[in-house]
Design a protein around this ligand. Structure first.
Ligand code: DX5
Ligand code: ZN
Length: 219
């Protein structure tokens, strides 16, 4: 599978957000990763549906909305109406994960389920057939610019073999601490959707960095 790159706007300049987003769109990135944080599920607060709606008017990338919030069911419809294409919820935030997955599907959106580093693959074994994407957090969610947790390579491999054993066609997304130097090992382990925040938005030349990600992913 070909790698899709999903720059995370968490590391963009919020005062010049559209300008920054246009840079990654023009560099050919497929997804725009939108990190929604509520200050409860994670110790940080970011943005809501209004911002997604405003960006939607000017951006054609796939909107990949990563909900790091408690009670995600309360907001799924709002994010769907605002223009999300993929809505990802955390396994740890959903008491009735199967129901939440169906709620996202009922809005006509693609479904992602995210797992924190300490959450085993086993916890989604019985719902995986209903999802479009599984997000393996490779840092503890909450902030950009953290270091990649090496143990997550085993977890990506474990997920890949579960997906293959069930003969499913599900994307494996990785999020946290990914840069051009370590992208090849997540791809080799089985990931095909790569989130990168600080490595892209803090780089001097976004176009060059995106190119490096792609070159290194296949090497
Ligand atoms: C972390 C967020 C990530 C974050 C990644 O909680 O989910 O999407 O922006 O940032 P980097 O790539 O800098 O680790
Ligand atoms: Zn994220």
């Amino acid at each position: 599978m070909i790698m899709k790159l999903a720059p995370s706007i968490l590391s963009a300049n919020f005062a010049k957000l559209l300008e920054d987003v246009k840079k990654v769109e023009n560099a050919g990135c497929e997804y725009l990763h939108i990190d929604v944080m509520d200050g409860h599920f994670v110790p940080n607060i970011t943005l809501g549906p209004a911002l997604v709606k405003s960006l939607r008017e000017d951006v054609n990338m796939v909107f990949d909305v990563h909900l790091m919030i408690e009670n995600p069911d309360m907001y799924i419809k709002e994010f769907a109406l605002a223009g999300a294409d993929i809505i990802t919820v955390h396994q740890e935030a959903c008491t009735h994960l199967h129901r939440t997955i169906q709620n996202i599907k009922a809005c006509g959106k693609k479904v992602g389920v995210a797992l924190n580093p300490a959450t085993p693959i086993e916890t989604i074994k019985h719902v995986i057939q209903d999802v479009d994407m599984v997000l393996i957090m490779t840092v503890n969610p909450g902030f950009g610019g953290q270091s990649f947790i090496e143990e997550m390579i085993c977890k990506i491999k474990e997920l890949k073999s579960l997906i293959d054993s069930k003969k499913l066609n599900i994307d494996i997304q990785v999020d946290g601490g990914i840069n051009p130097d370590n992208v090849s090992k997540v791809i080799k382990a089985g990931a095909n959707v790569v989130v990168a925040g600080s490595a892209i938005f803090n780089s001097e030349n976004i176009q060059q960095t995106v190119k490096k990600f792609r070159e290194n992913a296949i090497s």
